[in-house]
Design a protein. Structure first.
Length: 269
């Protein structure tokens, strides 16, 4: 009877009901994204899924790095206003910082693989829009580059999250350091695209479409991660020998604390 009354009061109170639903959704989301395994570095590097994630962020980062290096040179071809281009350059840093914050906040409420898929699609579309902007002037130019950097800011926000989810927290610092070398791959892509334009005189169409194609490769990898459910990835990683689950680590710590005498525990603390 008391439970029925409490349930009725909750349903009749919109703010309380919204708080309850939000709390339950966040709890479910955290359970879904909680890492189930703690992998060693050698084990992680032997898994194809790690290298798929590695190239996912390499390919999605290539247009962003290129845009950062060449936005003013590109703009000078159809915008005769250096002060305007300088202000755009300042706004791109703000857009990237705001994007990193926004994607991080949204990642707490949404399905991670789906969010990464959306991010890579926006990077690809923005790369095409940057090329189109030369025909429509300043407004489209600003929208294209700001959109690209808003999406690019999410790369560094979501990269650590997906690494922890798939491979655990135990060796996160080492794995993240290895994963950040993907920036070098993105820089190589940028150099090749720029070299092709300069040596073959292909123009801006081939330049930006090549970057859009590179970003589309990231879309395909993100789509693969989206389709491949987390349980499927977990079934691959669990076949690796001596994988330790989070529950095993917590149980081991509980046993250690139980075996340590109270006096000795205080000294350690």
């Amino acid at each position: 009877m008391g439970l029925q009354v409490q349930t009725k009061q909750t349903l009749l109170n919109p703010s309380r009901f919204l708080h309850l639903v939000t709390h339950q959704a966040l709890t479910l989301h955290r359970k879904m994204n909680e890492p189930k395994h703690e992998l060693e570095v050698k084990q992680t590097l032997s898994l194809p899924i790690f290298w798929k994630i590695f190239f996912l962020f390499s390919f999605s980062l290539a247009p962003v790095l290129t845009a950062l290096a060449i936005f003013k040179v590109y703009g000078q071809f159809f915008i005769a206003d250096d002060m305007f281009l300088a202000r755009v350059g300042g706004s791109l840093g703000v857009a990237k910082g705001f994007g990193a914050f926004s994607w991080g906040v949204v990642a707490d409420f949404m399905y991670l693989e789906g969010l990464i898929l959306v991010m890579t699609m926006i990077v690809t579309a923005a790369s095409v829009l940057v090329y189109i902007s030369q025909f429509y002037g300043k407004v489209v130019y600003v929208i294209a580059f700001v959109t690209l950097f808003l999406a690019g800011g999410g790369i560094f926000s979501l990269y650590p999250v997906i690494l922890v989810r798939y491979f655990g927290r135990k060796n996160f610092a080492t794995l993240y350091g290895i994963a950040l070398t993907s920036v070098a791959v993105a820089a190589v892509c940028m150099a090749l695209v720029t070299l092709i334009r300069d040596r073959l005189y292909t123009g801006w169409f081939v330049f930006w479409m090549s970057l859009a194609f590179i970003a589309s490769l990231a879309v395909w990898i993100a789509f693969y991660l989206h389709v491949l459910d987390y349980r499927g990835v977990r079934s691959q990683t669990v076949t690796v020998s001596d994988v330790r689950t989070v529950d095993q680590n917590e149980q081991e710590m509980t046993n250690i604390e139980r075996d340590v005498p109270p006096v000795q525990r205080e000294q350690v603390g």
